[in-house]
Design a protein around this ligand. Structure first.
Ligand code: NAI
Length: 425
């Protein structure tokens, strides 16, 4: 069984200091989590709860874990991607009272799932997931725990997709909030967060410019919109590929070139997949690509770029830079894959994930969802649930207050007017 990270690091003291600094910096820029912390510390809403978490363990997530522990919970956490953990943050988190962290960067599949099992070994009463691996492991291997689980919260699109599929099959046996789907999460985190951090991560990893490049964005959903907009803002020409006609039309009306990947493959200098689907860039596309292209994925799993096919096609492969693997084809063309095709904004060696302010919103929603499960868990049947709008609004109001932004409220007459159907011309 995997042990907490503190037992595995050679120099745990300096790792903790470095991780603590990152957490303190993040916390300074997370007013929503800060406001909730004051409330949770005073009222201890999670006393007696055990919260199992599988998320990208870096500074912002650590602030969420610490917030839940400050509210009285015992927290056990691991990563949700083998390359996104910051070991120093994981060590600092492990030193927090009430928190055990099993997350370690660069673990193999066995180490990854051992750590998930170690979290489950704490017998969580609430799960907080990013990608649904914890929910899946509990249902598959530890169904005896389900009776005592109050519920869960899921962070990302792919996790919510998987949960809905599980729910439709009648297999999801406790309630889970689709945190991803709230306006306060999706309209900011997926769009701006993924856009900004993916581009920053690619630029920092490669030291290459966006200006004058053709950037192919696969998928024009929330993440794709953010990536396309920010790439365009950096003076790149943006090409969008889509499978959904309305999304393709939206991209076209936004002024982007829309075309099938089979055509885009020959056009692009940089490819960024954001579909949450598999096999988006495959052999026939690699065959058409120019020398020197960059291939990056911002979708949850590493299945969007078919690296097996690329390996088969390549006559040589080598590390071109840290975080960049070059695949050389027999005619000398080099296709460069970032972060092994895993989430580029979280898995390159220098990746920092989304900007802090964005994650403050997402994690504010996570925290109020956990509170809702503790306070009103009985009101939710097994299955996927939308986050109640009042919780989303609560978090938006805390943020506006922190930003010093005042806004209007409806008068009684306006509210009555909006609710009525009798007023016509
Ligand atoms: P979404 O559902 O809003 O958008 C996905 C889009 O991809 C849809 O418009 C869909 O029609 C399109 N698509 C599907 N298959 C395609 C294909 N073969 N070719 C072209 N387009 C295709 O989902 P969202 O919120 O944009 O999330 C996308 C992925 O990004 C998910 O895996 C999600 O978990 C992940 N994600 C990653 C983040 C990060 O930090 N990198 C942050 C948030 C989400």
């Amino acid at each position: 069984m995997t042990s907490p990270i503190s037992e595995r690091l050679a120099d745990v003291t300096s790792a903790r200091e470095s991780g603590r600094r990152k957490m303190d910096w993040a916390a300074q820029h997370m007013p929503i989590c800060g406001a909730l912390r004051e409330d949770f510390e005073a009222n201890q809403p999670f006393a007696g709860e055990i919260i199992g978490m599988a998320m990208h363990v870096e500074a912002k997530t650590a602030v969420l874990a610490e917030l839940l522990a400050a509210g009285g919970a015992e927290v056990a956490i691991t990563g949700c991607n083998p390359l996104s953990t910051h070991d120093d943050v994981s060590a600092a988190l492990d030193a927090v009272d009430g928190v055990t962290s099993y997350a370690e960067r660069g673990v193999d599949d066995e180490g990854y799932y051992d750590a998930i099992e170690a979290v489950i070994g704490h017998e969580p009463t609430i799960t907080v997931d990013d990608g649904m691996d914890l929910v899946a492991a509990i249902h598959e291997d530890y169904p005896e725990l389900i009776d005592t689980i109050v519920g869960g919260a899921e962070e990302t699109t792919t996790g919510v997709h998987r949960l809905r599929a599980m729910d439709e099959d009648g297999q999801l046996e406790y309630p889970v909030f689709a945190v991803n789907d709230t306006p306060m999460k999706r309209l900011f985190d997926n769009v701006h967060g993924t856009g900004e951090s993916s581009l920053a991560s690619i630029a920092m990893t490669t030291n290459l410019s966006w200006a004058g490049k053709t950037v192919v964005v696969a998928g024009y959903g929330h993440c794709g919109k953010g990536v396309a907009k920010k790439a365009s803002g950096q003076n790149a020409d943006v090409v969008v590929t889509e499978v959904e006609p309305r999304r393709a039309l939206e991209a076209h009306m936004e002024g982007y070139d829309v075309m099938p990947m089979a055509e885009a493959a020959a056009e692009g200098d940089v490819f960024i997949t954001t579909t949450g689907n598999r096999d988006v860039i495959v052999r026939e596309h690699f065959e058409a690509m120019q020398d020197g292209v960059l291939l990056a994925n911002a979708g949850h799993f590493d299945v969007e770029v078919d690296l097996d096919a690329l390996s088969d096609l390549a006559v040589d492969t080598y590390e071109a830079r840290e975080g960049v693997q070059a695949y050389e084809l027999d005619d000398g063309r080099r296709l460069n894959v970032l972060a092994e095709g895993r989430l580029v904004n979280l898995a390159t060696p220098i990746a920092l994930g989304h900007p802090v302010e964005v994650m403050d919103q997402s994690f504010g929603i996570q925290a109020v969802c956990v509170r809702e499960l503790v306070e009103n868990g009985d009101a939710y049947d097994a299955g996927v649930h939308e986050v109640p709008d009042r919780l989303d609004k609560e978090v938006a109001e805390i943020k506006l207050d922190a930003e010093g932004v005042a806004f209007d409220s409806l008068t009684e007459t306006q509210a009555e007017y909006m609710d009525s159907w009798q007023h016509g011309t």
